[in-house]
Design a binder for this molecule. Structure first.
Ligand code: UD1
Length: 364
């Protein structure tokens, strides 16, 4: 059986790595990897391939940045040619980025089977581009691998046939479990590079359009973070889009109280999360990683497609309410923050093996 995996942006890489590795141990399976090139900077892409042990992409579509329509259309046009050349029996797509839905749509029209890894997550907020990507991909996928039970419920409610849905657990946590020992080795090196790590620190990431595209919102967030630095050092590995806007909106000087650093590789970032006193983020994946690590997480969003990080984990939604961000951060730092410390079921490092078994059986 010939399989094609499609990745495009940073959050795809840690999800695809364990699935490709698990399938490479199955007999009768050949695989190829397509990188759409949605993320192209070395710090957003290449370093992850090295650290995660991902094979070098067999095909790079070199799509790059653009409006949603341009980026999605470019992936579709270039991927169609690639998939016709490879003639796979099944294409595996990951997560919810533009590359995910673009590749899935091409396959659906060509009659090629689609497996969606990390299916069923819903924020119920259609202003998020990722929500549209998730909804559409799940409607046309043939195999849907969910990370948590809420995903199954969402899919059933949307009319997806139950036999297509498989609760397998969280592949991103497979990668975390495998690489945590290596990340710990990075810790000593990192702390000599970043003196702020000697004491208690918080870790910040922000890249969502709703937080970083509007000058007023970004200014409010940066001011609140700067205020928090009176209590705790804040390390801020910055997404290129956020960096550009901080400069464009004249917030560079205000933000100088934060320890702004270039985007980090997987191992450095995991080490930083593991040792942080708190994490402030608008990412999806970081809500899950902090839950697994038991690190308090404040999510600067009104909703989450990952509710288990709240019911089972350390995550709290603070919306865009900056007073709430200040109060919750203070509660964490004073030790009065209460969060559940259970790990969600099946976040056990074996999700990719379950996926491999189902894919192989499906083709038999
Ligand atoms: C994408 C995903 C988002 C994910 C995020 C993780 C979609 C709709 N969004 O958002 O779900 O959480 O990746 O990072 O697919 N840029 C660079 N270098 C790069 C990549 C991007 O400079 O290697 C800059 C460009 O200015 C680009 C902007 O970042 O215009 C946005 O990139 P894009 O891929 O469109 O979306 P992300 O915001 O990264």
């Amino acid at each position: 059986m010939h399989l094609l995996h499609v990745v495009g942006a940073r959050p795809n890489f840690m999800k695809a790595a364990p699935v490709i590795a698990a399938l490479s141990r199955r007999s009768g399976v050949t695989q190829a990897l397509v990188h759409t090139g949605q993320h192209y900077d070395a710090a957003m892409s290449e370093i992850f391939f090295e650290e995660l042990g991902l094979p070098h992409p067999d095909i790079n579509l070199g799509v790059g940045s653009g409006s949603h329509a341009v980026q999605t259309a470019q992936v579709m046009m270039r991927f169609e040619e690639a998939v016709l050349g490879e003639r796979p029996e099944m294409v595996l797509v990951y997560g919810d980025v533009n590359s995910t839905v673009a590749a899935a749509l091409v396959c659906a029209k060509l009659g090629i089977k689609i497996a969606h890894v990390e299916a069923g997550l819903r924020s119920f907020d259609r202003t998020m581009p990722e929500e549209i990507n998730r909804l559409l991909t799940d409607q046309i996928a043939d195999l849907l691998f969910t990370p948590s039970e809420d995903g199954d419920h969402n899919l059933l409610r949307e009319g997806v046939a139950p036999e297509k849905i498989h609760l397998v657990g969280n592949v991103m946590i497979d990668t975390l479990i495998r690489l945590l020992p290596q990340a710990e080795k990075h810790w000593a090196q990192l702390s000599s590079r970043l003196p702020a790590l000697a004491g208690r620190y918080g870790l910040v990431t922000l890249h969502r359009p709703s937080n970083v595209d509007e000058p007023q919102m970004l200014q409010q967030i940066v001011s609140t973070l700067v205020e928090l630095t009176k209590q705790v050092d804040l390390i801020f590995p910055i997404h290129p889009r956020t960096h550009r806007h901080i400069e464009q909106y004249g917030l560079g000087r205000l933000g100088s109280a934060l320890h702004i650093v270039e985007p980090l590789g997987y191992l450095d970032f995991l080490a930083l999360q593991r040792h942080a006193a708190l994490v402030i983020t608008d990412s999806g994946g970081i809500q899950e990683e902090t839950t697994f690590l038991g690190v308090p997480c404040l999510t600067v969003r009104e909703n989450t497609e990952r509710p288990v990080t709240i019911t089972h984990g350390t995550n709290r939604l603070i919306g865009q309410d900056m007073r709430r961000l200040r109060d919750e951060a203070k509660a964490i730092l004073s030790g009065s923050y209460v969060a559940s410390v259970q790990k969600p079921p099946l976040w056990d490092g074996k999700a990719a093996e379950r996926i491999a078994s189902i894919v192989v059986e499906y083709a038999a």
